[in-house]
Design a protein around this ligand. Structure first.
Ligand SMILES: [Fe+2]
Length: 410
């Protein structure tokens, strides 16, 4: 252990609390215009004859019917569980499990954004353990039996990157918080990213999910886990998001912008899948669990202030992110360049028309204590480069509710 820690310190003067890294596998992925037409054949290749589709329903898009048609053409039957909601709930997981047990199936297909795929991952765990309560899988590596059923994840938002990650985030509806289920058995077998499906996002969803992807890249690069292979895909994602998110949110018929956001969100997913995240996500999990607030919107609100808060912990990495975003940092100190990056994120958020704060999402002053405790308990807080006290967590929430808060030197 000592040797690894010392060798890490020789390339960075930052503290190293996780000297041994764990790299998590990505699934095979099919990416590109028209990719979804291959779903039937790929399902067949995986031995799927009766697919169980888990989805929010994607009402009004015709996507569920389109995928069922593509499956049918390849002689694959399908049944649909479409009761998944945004911020998928524990009872939806158990309800989906009950339905699949009645329907009979030999493969999972999740269809939609992070909510659909996260719910499907959790149903997969429950099914693999004969109906065990989904709450028992909260935490890391809680599965005791390997998943043997293939899972195709068809992603429609740019995005959560759930189609390439080993995380599932599920609302604990009694205690009103989000559980993280972190397990390689969650990872899909095969991922699909077809820009033609991503074109069906509304402008708001494109903006919110795009800011989620940006948050993935920023938090993975700033993470105290120091997984250096995350920096390449994360920095590339930041550049593409700064270049294309405005256009993709404004006009989903901008093919180039939509396609680049598809790649960027997936690349950001490759980054955080091993490097972890930080307290922007911890706060978003608290707000999603307590107030059912949209994940990407919470991240869009929290990211700017958390960048400023974390800047003293790793200014050189924030300067690298500023450069990746295309900012001129010539002659600037790491710290100044990092401040410029946070300003640019704020400008991007504003240009996307995101003006809300946490109060608008339902948060109240009286909840500050319980929300701050939720942040300290969230698995993502481990990756935050700055130590977070109860007091700081409360201040951060207050700041994100639109109040003037002094963090001392931050
Ligand atoms: Fe996220």
């Amino acid at each position: 252990m000592g040797h690894f820690a010392d060798s890490q310190r020789s390339i960075s003067n930052e503290r190293v609390e996780y000297p041994l890294k764990m790299m998590h596998a990505y699934p095979k992925a099919v990416v590109g215009w028209g990719a979804h037409t291959m779903v039937g054949q790929e399902a067949k290749n995986l031995g799927i004859n009766n697919a169980f589709i888990v989805t929010t329903g994607l009402k009004g898009t015709g996507i569920v019917e389109e995928i069922q048609g593509v499956l049918k053409a390849a002689d694959v039957n399908s049944s649909v569980y479409d009761n998944v909601t945004g911020n998928p709930k524990d009872h939806e997981v158990m309800e989906g499990y009950k339905q699949l047990s009645a329907d009979g199936f030999d493969g999972f297909i999740s269809l939609g954004g992070g909510s659909s795929t996260d719910c499907c991952k959790a149903i997969k765990l429950v099914h693999g353990h004969d109906g065990q309560d989904v709450r028992t899988f909260e935490g890391a590596f809680m599965a005791t039996k390997p998943n043997k059923i293939p899972h195709i994840a068809i992603n429609t938002t740019s995005g959560t990157a759930s189609e390439v990650s080993c995380f599932s985030i599920i609302n604990h509806t009694d205690d009103m918080y989000k559980m993280a289920l972190f397990d390689p058995n969650c990872t899909p077998t095969l991922a699909f990213n077809d820009p033609a499906l991503h074109q069906c996002m509304t402008g708001d969803i494109a903006a919110y999910t795009g800011m989620d992807a940006l948050t993935h890249a920023v938090e993975a690069i700033a993470s105290r886990l120091l997984v250096q292979s995350a920096y390449g895909p994360g920095l590339w994602a930041i550049g593409e998001i700064f270049s294309h998110l405005r256009q993709s949110a404004a006009n989903r018929n901008n093919d180039k912008a939509i396609e680049q956001m598809v790649w960027a969100q997936m690349s950001a997913g490759y980054s955080f899948n091993s490097a972890g995240l930080g307290i922007v996500h911890s706060m978003a999990h608290v707000l999603g669990g307590r107030y059912d607030a949209p994940h990407g919107l919470c991240n869009a609100i929290g990211l700017v202030d958390v960048c400023r808060y974390n800047l003293p912990a790793c200014p050189e990495r924030f300067k690298t992110m500023a450069k990746a975003a295309g900012l001129d940092t010539e002659g600037m100190s790491d710290y100044k360049a990092g401040e410029k990056f946070a300003d640019a994120v704020e400008e991007l958020r504003s240009e996307l028309g995101i003006r809300k704060n946490f109060k608008d999402l339902g948060m109240q002053e009286k909840d500050l204590d319980v929300c701050a405790k939720g942040v300290l308990n969230d698995i993502c807080t481990e990756g935050n480069p700055q130590d977070v006290s109860m007091e700081d967590a409360k201040k951060m929430f207050s700041r994100c509710m639109g109040e003037e808060v002094d963090f001392g030197n931050r």
